[in-house]
Design a protein around this ligand. Structure first.
Ligand SMILES: *Cc1c(COP(=O)(O)O)cnc(C)c1O
Length: 377
């Protein structure tokens, strides 16, 4: 055991063949590579209007106490979330991003004997957390880019322990109806845990408030009925705190207790806890965010229409456009023009690019660049 290659043989089986998550290209990296400035990043579904003033003020205040460990139980943030959702604080698990909740679920509930079901084109973290603990991923083909709940239900076996459903899904933006999701959960054996990933929940509930034809999400009501349900949400998207890493799970107190056993004692840092609590209170910032998103979605889809392109209707803060040709070269051409978007070939969508909704100016910069590139090929 003295060559560096051999160390790979020591890793657990799932990790030996694991392909790490690839995020959106950081702005600084593109600046270094191309010597460009004024880069537009529409690649990671971040909030284009940034962090809100209340969260920023809370960070400044909390920074005075950074020599102290944070509150390992996140008491204040849990109280605020419990009040917002009319739940008990014991039903809340805080994570270093909601990604951490997904990982805690895998660590707490999966062994190499177990199967995990998720959809084709679903969020890339599901296969990673599954494989890392050696469990078996069962990927169910999508229908029109959305989850096929009937087929997912039919894939349940005695080995199934976890099912991931992203609603809306990333990178497709597809949204399942509340009735369909509820029926699905109700039909699961109680030995199967359903993880309902609602990272984009706020965009749906904002749209539902603005337009009575849009259905509101009411999954929290189901927690009383199904102890095998956990809902995950995040401060990374609508609340503009992606850099701080705060997400949470809502579940039965028993499920939260289990996740709490495998959680690191101080998994949320002090600035993140303070900022998230303040952000929950910043209705103005959330409203501005939702308005920027709906206007930007209109602007981008109008632009696609003018270019003769189709897109997958999205309930999130991003939209995947069908270029009818490989997306990777277009992605690279956009980079050279200082626009970062997200290629989704690794999601089995090689002809699509996923565009996060930006500000009006950012969206226009992207559309102009795309138009120039498509005129050239
Ligand atoms: C962004 C995203 C998350 C989690 O993001 P965190 O920053 O870890 O909270 C989870 N699920 C989906 C589907 C996402 O797109």
């Amino acid at each position: 055991m003295n060559t560096t290659d051999n160390i790979y043989q020591l890793a657990v089986a799932g990790v030996q063949s694991l392909i790490p998550y690839k995020g959106g290209k950081p702005i600084e990296e593109l600046e270094r590579e191309l010597g460009l400035s004024h880069i537009v990043k529409l690649a990671s579904n971040e909030n284009p209007i940034g962090i809100g003033q209340k969260a920023l003020a809370a960070i400044q205040k909390a920074s005075a106490d950074l020599a102290l460990y944070p509150d390992g139980n996140g008491y204040r943030l849990k109280q605020a979330l419990a009040a917002k959702y009319a739940l008990d604080a014991s039903q809340i698990t805080l994570g270093n991003g909601s990604n951490e909740i997904l990982e805690l679920l895998a660590r707490a509930f999966l062994t190499p004997k177990h199967e995990v079901i998720f959809s084709q084109h679903a969020f890339a973290v599901y296969p990673i957390v599954t494989q890392a603990v050696g469990a078996k991923a069962v990927v169910v083909p999508a229908v029109n880019y959305g989850h096929d709940l009937d087929a997912m239900l039919a894939s349940v076996t005695e080995h199934t322990r976890l099912i991931f459903i992203a609603n809306p899904n990333n990178p497709t933006g597809t949204l399942l109806s509340q009735a369909d999701v509820k029926r699905f959960i109700a039909a699961l054996p109680d030995t199967v845990i359903c993880v309902l990933d609602e990272a984009y929940f706020e965009f749906v509930s904002g749209a539902a408030l603005a337009d009575s034809a849009v259905e509101a999400i009411n999954s929290i009501d189901w927690l009383k009925l199904y102890p095998n349900l956990i809902i995950t949400r995040t401060f990374s998207k609508a609340y503009g705190l992606a850099g701080l890493r705060v997400g949470y799970g809502l579940s039965s107190p028993q499920m939260a207790d289990i996740l709490n056993r495998v959680r690191q004692p101080f998994n949320n840092n002090a600035l993140a806890l303070a900022a998230a609590e303040a952000a929950l209170d910043d209705i103005d910032h959330l409203q501005k965010t939702l308005q920027t998103n709906s206007q930007g979605m209109q602007q981008l889809t109008d632009g696609f229409k003018a270019l003769g392109l189709e897109w997958i209707p999205s309930a999130g803060n991003f939209v995947s456009v069908d270029l009818k040709q490989p997306g990777q070269p277009i992605y690279e051409a956009l980079l050279r023009k200082g626009v970062i978007v997200r290629p989704v070939g690794n999601y089995e969508m090689p002809n699509h690019l996923r565009i996060s909704i930006g500000t009006q100016v950012e969206n226009q910069t992207f559309l102009n660049a795309l138009k120039d590139i498509l005129a050239d090929v």
